[in-house]
Ligand binder design. Structure first.
Ligand SMILES: Cc1ncc(COP(=O)(O)O)c(C=O)c1O
Length: 395
């Protein structure tokens, strides 16, 4: 291991607080470190490896595409890009797609689209309302959009045009809307901010408000989309339809990709107004198409829903036994466990030592987001390892 840590110290910008493990191989819901030690992966690349590691459908699609056509410019039509766009439209409430390379690029593009809409239809309105605790990415504009001061403070002054208001507070959004507002942008469930669920009817009321004020609703489904929460998109469970939606993370099972989807009325980019060299690249799109097709044809969404319920029930029963577990919350296979003190780091290491990768969400919370293809035995195994870690903790 240690050579790699030394190499990192010497050559890599120290932006990540890494866990002391070098992963070299993955298969299904398992990964292996350089010493051959096996772990059950409940991080899944931060909710990315939807079909697990090296899924045969993804490997076959990528291999075939790499042998056929790796890249061309977007001056030309390419088949995987258009097949993926069609599949996304046929399975969502949106009508048009733009493909890019990451989540931040998708949300930034969604804000550009909303501003363009503001120019064309709202007298130049450009402001986007977002919520405190949200996370929309790491570009300067998305840091400004994300309502978390720890990401904003190091980069002041931030790009203007964003208003961060309290989450789950409809009046706060209503108050913030003015003649300059072109959109409200929300994660259906705040992921990085703490796996914070929307109150009953919050999203519905936000949608109503947006319709009433004739502004756009952007849903950032980068973490919640592609079946993570037990429906293909989280908006389905809340009875709303966004005007614009962003995707990334799980869409291509690990190959970098992002997507902006829009209803016809909100799809206002004209030729030359947005673009990307790599966005919609054939290899990424082949992986995205294979992932989505597999999910749709194999009941993977239903598996995520059922396994999410099983995981949540297991976590809740641990909460009953360990008094220092103060909360269990989540939707589908996006679950969090919160503690009365800052023990997440030591618990994460205890789980690691027991053979389970979990994500430290906050100093006092862990997050669980296994691949969507996870089985009941694997969930039980993870709960067993977590149980042991909790048993050895004072709390
Ligand atoms: C809801 C949400 N939006 C945007 C992003 C940014 O995605 P990326 O890291 O691919 O830029 C993330 C990443 O965690 C996210 O969870």
């Amino acid at each position: 291991m240690n050579n790699w840590q030394e190499l990192e110290n010497k050559y890599y910008m120290p932006t990540f607080k890494r866990v002391p493990v070098t992963l070299v191989k993955g298969q299904g819901a398992r990964v292996w470190d350089e010493n051959g030690r096996k772990y059950l992966d409940f991080v899944a690349g931060w909710a990315v490896n939807s079909l697990g590691h090296c899924h045969p459908a993804v490997v076959a699609a990528v291999t075939e595409q790499v042998k056929t056509l790796i890249h061309t410019s977007n001056s030309y039509y390419t088949i995987p890009q258009l097949k993926l766009a069609e599949l996304l439209v046929h399975n969502s409430c949106l009508d048009k797609v733009f493909l890019c390379n990451s989540g931040a690029e998708a949300t930034e593009g969604a804000v550009k689209l909303a501003r363009r809409y503001g120019h064309l239809h709202l007298g130049g309105a450009y402001e986007v309302i977002t919520t405190i605790g949200s996370f929309h990415g790491r570009t300067l504009a998305m840091v400004s959009a994300s309502g978390q001061s720890k990401f904003q403070q190091p980069y002041i002054p931030l790009p203007s045009g964003f208003v961060n208001v309290e989450y789950n507070n409809i009046e706060a959004i209503e108050k913030a809307i003015n003649g300059k507002t072109c959109a409200v942008m929300l994660e259906p469930v705040q992921g990085e901010g703490g796996v914070n669920l929307p109150d009953d009817n919050y999203l519905k009321r936000v949608q109503e408000l947006c319709r009433q004020k004739v502004i756009l609703l952007i849903l950032d489904e980068i973490q919640t989309g592609i079946s993570r929460t037990g429906s293909l998109f989280a908006y389905e469970q809340y009875g709303v339809e966004p005007d614009i939606m962003t995707l990334a993370k799980g869409l291509a099972s690990g190959i970098p990709i992002g997507a902006i989807l829009a209803k016809d009325g909100a799809s206002v980019f004209a030729a030359g107004e947005h673009g990307s060299t790599f966005g919609g690249n054939p290899v990424a799109c082949a992986a995205g198409y294979a992932t989505l097709k597999f999910i749709i044809n194999n009941g993977t969404t239903e598996n995520a829903r059922q396994m999410g319920q099983h995981l949540a029930a297991g976590l809740k029963s641990l909460k009953q036994r360990f008094k220092f577990v103060t909360d269990v919350r989540g939707l589908g296979l996006l679950q969090a466990m919160e503690f009365s003190s800052d023990i997440a780091q030591s618990l994460m290491i205890a789980c690691l030592n027991g053979g389970l990768l979990v994500n430290k969400l906050k100093d006092n919370a862990l997050r669980f987001m296994p691949p969507l293809i996870i089985g009941k035995d694997e969930v039980d195994e993870a709960l067993g390892i977590l149980d042991k870690a909790l048993s050895n903790t004072k709390g």
